[in-house]
Write a protein that binds this ligand. Structure first.
Ligand code: MG
Length: 162
């Protein structure tokens, strides 16, 4: 048995906000705007996991009208949905993601992101892939008005759970 989930997210890029991607704070002159920490990559991953479980979407479970999610660490949302995965006797098989941004360069931060995500997802960092792409100057990512992220996750039966 294999379940596949897909997630997408986008946030505006504005001055005066910190930039957090995959739970890692990245030095940049702008950050992502949102009710939580606006970690666009983690939000896409959360939606992919929710999608694989066929339980709707992130906004339904973690509404941005809820004051408890104000400036929230999005890794906590990921921890919550991973509890649902385990409760169904499943585990993550692998995760593949793409972040679209013109700047900054994300390559130096990718291994730190994998190290943050790996223990939460309960999967070896070698089963996690994070790709950074520019959109070659086109669209809102190209104009540095925002960032978007895509994620695909597989969930498999956890043979170690009884
Ligand atoms: Mg979001």
């Amino acid at each position: 048995m294999l379940r596949i989930g897909f997630g997408y997210d986008a946030h505006r890029l504005v001055p005066g906000r910190r930039l957090v991607l995959g739970g890692v704070m990245i030095s940049h002159d702008r950050g992502l705007l949102g009710h939580s920490d606006a970690d666009v990559l983690t939000h896409a991953i959360v939606d992919a996991v929710i999608g694989a479980l066929a339980r709707g979407d992130i906004g339904e479970h973690f509404p941005d009208t809820d004051p408890s999610f104000k400036d929230a660490d999005s890794l906590l949302l990921l921890k919550t949905v991973m509890e649902w995965v385990r409760a169904e006797g499943l585990r993550v098989g692998n995760l593949d993601t793409t972040v679209v941004t013109q700047k900054p360069k994300l390559a130096p931060h990718i291994s730190a992101m994998k190290d943050k995500l790996s223990p939460i997802l309960g999967v070896d960092p070698r089963r996690i892939n994070i790709k950074a792409k520019t959109s070659e100057g086109m669209g809102f990512c190209g104009r540095e008005e925002g960032m978007e992220a895509f994620a695909v996750v597989s969930l498999v039966i956890d043979e170690s759970s009884t």
